[in-house]
Design a binder for this molecule. Structure first.
Ligand code: NAD
Ligand code: GLY
Length: 365
């Protein structure tokens, strides 16, 4: 088992990574505060892993609540079901919530833990690649609003993150591949050597080679932990770099209707757009954009905008992005592979042209 620390000043915590950790009774017992546990999961993931986890927690009083599966259910109405279950089963302030699932369950459970009785203990047990490398770490919790992705939420850190890589065996291919958008993101914003390594090992990664996969997850978690520890609440433009491609991606997810494109798919084209824009602004060599595009194509991630959306819709949704300040669009751009920056001075006409190029089937980017 590997341990990676999220070195927050007030409340540091550990990410545990290994095979078979769902069966590790000692590890779970160390992270659970009182006797009561509420496992939050969805119908898909519960079918595979709920009985295993219940067996591991058999010395605790263990309840569960299963939400419907999908980004379209990441909303206030479904969140209420967690509170209903906690209250009706008389869970106290000493309870521990346990998020068993992908990023949707991670975000909703974290937000429920932040709100129930003004804040209770919770653990992340991510089962999708995307949640293992990103959503379970760093304490961003939220639900969606029809007008904006993750608009209602809180920063609220988990007590720990337990990643059992064996759970990836049941993850469907499309959901597995989308997770690589966030893995590539870490190379792009922070670590060129890691980006080079991903390129060189992409076949092994796509065939789920455990050694390559463990390294990719561990390195991703280390980078996320470093940026979160340096800027927990995104006040210093350090954590903000983790949003590379996300202003575009969130607009796609909200514009199409939540759940049509997976989060990682929307982020993938978003990162390519950010890289291309960086090249158009003469920050990044054009050859690097081509490299990023080639890698995304190899993984099977989108490199065009969805035809159902228009430039006007994209611009409108991006104008409402959480990261903007004083109505000014703030985008994460690349200076090089491995080096990102925050840009506040992107001209509307440059953005319009970029979006139009990626919606136009005939344009070669
Ligand atoms: P998801 O939670 O919808 O999971 C994808 C699909 O895989 C779902 O159908 C799920 O049931 C299924 N699944 C998960 N694990 C499985 C397993 N082991 N076996 C079989 N099926 C499994 O989506 P996601 O891609 O994991 O996460 C995306 C969400 O994460 C978005 O809502 C995004 O906003 C959020 N996110 C949050 C952060 C953060 O820092 N809080 C970071 C990145 C993404
Ligand atoms: N996923 C972006 C962040 O955690 O800051």
């Amino acid at each position: 088992m590997q341990t990676i620390t999220v070195g927050l000043e007030k409340q540091p915590y550990s990410i545990y990574l290994g095979a078979g950790l769902l069966q590790n009774k000692t590890l779970f017992s160390e992270q659970i505060r009182g006797h009561q546990v509420m496992i939050v999961s969805n119908e898909t993931v519960a079918k595979w892993y709920l009985p295993q986890l219940q067996a591991t927690l058999n010395t605790h009083h263990c309840d569960n609540v299963l939400l419907p599966d999908g980004e379209q259910y990441k909303n206030i109405t479904e969140l209420t079901k967690i509170f209903d279950e906690l209250a009706s089963k008389k869970h106290t302030r000493k309870t521990t919530l346990l998020a068993l699932g992908g990023g949707v369950i991670a975000d909703m459970t974290g937000f429920a833990a932040a709100c129930y009785m003004r804040g209770v203990n919770y653990l992340q047990v991510p089962t999708s690649l995307l949640a293992q490398v990103d959503a379970s770490i760093g304490g961003k919790t939220a639900v969606n609003h029809p007008l904006g992705k993750n608009f209602i939420g809180a920063f609220y850190q988990p007590r720990g993150v337990i990643i059992d890589i064996n759970t990836l065996a049941t993850l469907p291919e499309r959901e597995y591949r989308e997770g690589f958008a966030e893995v590539i993101k870490y190379g792009l914003i922070h670590d060129k050597a890691f980006f080079d390594w991903i390129e060189a090992h992409i076949e092994g990664l796509l065939s789920r080679d455990p050694q390559a996969l463990t390294y990719a997850i561990a390195r991703s978690c280390q980078i996320k932990a470093t940026l979160v520890a340096a800027d927990e609440h995104e006040w210093l433009d350090i954590r903000a770099l983790l949003n590379l491609g996300h202003s575009f991606g969130h607009a796609i997810e909200a514009g199409l209707g939540y759940g049509k494109w997976l989060h990682g798919e929307a982020v993938a084209i978003g990162m390519l757009l950010a890289a291309d824009l960086s090249a158009r602004l003469a920050c990044l060599p054009t050859a690097e954009v081509a490299r990023i595009k080639t890698l995304l194509i190899k993984i099977g991630l989108p490199v065009r905008l969805p035809a159902e959306l228009s430039v006007a819709q994209m611009l409108d949704l991006m104008a409402g992005d959480k990261k903007n300040i004083n109505s000014q669009l703030r985008l994460i751009l690349l200076k090089a592979i491995g080096q990102a920056c925050v840009a506040e001075d992107v001209m509307q006409n440059q953005l319009t042209q970029l979006l139009a190029d990626y919606l136009d089937e005939n344009t070669i980017c």
